[in-house]
Design a protein around this ligand. Structure first.
Ligand code: SAH
Length: 442
């Protein structure tokens, strides 16, 4: 249904503009509070802009030419300092909706340069007539939108993907077409460290046979001498998961190294690593500063991934115990401790909730608990065990304000109080926001 003159009243927490029509709210992408627009709205409560009639002073021209088509970013049309306010407000509203105090909430820490920050770039390939496309799937479809220069991805990685496209054409290497079941290359994944400038390229193919591989790799290395390692990953499954189980290293070591707060971290194709290294450093520094660790503290780092926070924390404390459920990450974490010559961190491969329960039954005292769970937040059983463990302080790093506030409500019901809430922008141009919450035992 077309609405000719819709006035945007406010913004929802994910950056959509809200308009009211016949008593109903509609959420419109790419529309800012105060703006007047002609819009097309749908029954499910969402809609799109057809034409902006009066624009807001906070509107900026999105640098990406396919911004509204792609859907990967949500806020390029909003001036960056307003993006930051939106994110602070996202955290504030989530806490308030649980009846929690936000008197200790600080403004979100923004980026110096909010573009080209993603150190991990992953693009799908497809064929259109004689052209090869590389980009992302359009939201909720399997149609590939061609993206030549993604504005939030690492610029070197963008160029490598473009070169791959040209070389696939030159060497007659066909993209895999899901609907027809033809072709070879599914994805190209690039990871790059700004600190060491090392580059990992992963070519994901449907099967192991890769005709033209040697010529392709020779050309790719000639055109991009900055590439330090190339891996072929084989994923023959019908799945939206990018990487398959089997890999072979074609060139180099198969891994790259990044540096955070003067410590080295080895990154492989599959290991979880924060996508915005510069802001990660700020996030971890803040988390450590808030925890105020001392030499006698024993720290539990739960959901530890490849061991980053625990390893960075280790030099300030007596001992760190890290627990993580993914065995590959635990292996990477052990390797990371070794290359940094760190001796006071122990890594355990276990479910975090079960692990805490065991600490309680074994009467092991913990001074500080650091958690950094996935979007779903903490399991109720983890929270119950935490309340029995009773550490002096807890630092909760979260990438989802909604599940964070839900968990903080349970943790602060009796024993803990909120000492600080600090959002950090790790995902500029999108509505996502990371935050650190410090709790202390009452
Ligand atoms: N702290 C790390 C990783 C955070 S991502 C960093 O900043 O890099 C969240 C991690 O939680 C992932 O590594 C995931 O494998 C792990 N995880 C998920 N469920 C878990 C569980 N039940 N127990 C322990 N770890 C879990």
């Amino acid at each position: 249904m077309i609405i000719e003159n819709a006035r945007c009243e406010s913004m929802d927490l994910t950056g959509y503009g809200i308009i009211k029509h016949n008593g109903k709210d509609f959420h419109i992408a790419n529309l800012l509070p105060g703006e007047l627009a002609k819009v097309d709205v749908f029954d499910h409560g969402y809609g799109k802009v057809i034409k902006i009639l009066e624009s807001s002073k906070d509107r900026v021209k999105a640098p990406c030419p396919i911004y509204s088509e792609c859907g990967g970013c949500h806020l390029q049309h909003l001036e960056y300092s307003s993006q930051i306010s939106l994110k602070t407000n996202y955290v504030k509203s989530s806490f308030e909706s649980q009846g929690l105090s936000t008197s200790t909430l600080l403004p979100c820490i923004g980026m110096k340069d909010p573009y080209h920050y993603r150190n991990k770039v992953q693009m799908v390939f497809s064929e259109k007539g004689k052209r090869i496309l590389s980009g992302f799937y359009e939201e909720n479809t399997h149609r590939v939108i061609n993206v030549d220069n993604c504005h939030i991805q690492d610029e070197v990685a963008n160029k490598i993907i473009s070169t791959c496209k040209e070389l696939f054409l030159k060497h007659k290497i066909k993209p895999y077409m899901e609907d027809r079941g033809t072709g070879l290359v599914r994805h190209v994944l690039v990871k790059r460290s700004k600190a060491t400038e090392e580059v990992l390229v992963v070519i994901v193919t449907i099967e192991e046979m890769f005709p033209g591989r040697n010529n392709f790799v020779t050309d790719l290395r000639k055109l991009h001498p900055e590439i330090t390692t190339i891996v072929q990953n084989i994923n023959g499954r019908k799945t939206s998961v990018v990487l398959g189980d089997f890999e072979r290293i074609i060139f180099g070591k198969g891994v790259i190294t990044d540096v955070l707060m003067n410590k080295k971290f080895v990154i492989s194709s599959k290991s979880f690593y924060q996508v915005n290294a510069r802001q990660t450093e700020i996030l971890y520094k803040k988390a450590i500063e808030l925890a105020k660790p001392t030499e006698t503290d024993v720290v539990l780092d739960a959901y530890s991934g490849i061991g980053t926070i625990g390893i960075l924390m280790s030099e300030y404390v007596k001992k760190v115990i890290s627990v993580e459920i993914n065995p590959i990450s635990v292996k990477n974490a052990i390797q990371n401790a070794r290359i940094n010559n760190i001796k006071n961190v122990r890594f355990y491969h276990e479910d975090a909730a079960q692990f805490i329960k065991n600490l309680v039954s074994d009467n092991i005292a913990i001074d500080i608990v650091l958690v950094d769970p996935p979007r779903a937040g903490l399991e109720p059983s983890f929270i119950d065990a935490m309340l029995e463990l009773r550490p002096k302080k807890m630092v909760y790093i979260s990438c989802d304000p909604t599940t964070l506030a839900r968990d903080i409500k349970l943790l602060t019901a009796v024993q803990y109080e909120i000492k600080r809430i600090q959002p950090v922008d790790m995902f500029a141009q999108t509505f996502h926001v990371e935050s650190i919450t410090l709790l202390s035992l009452r």
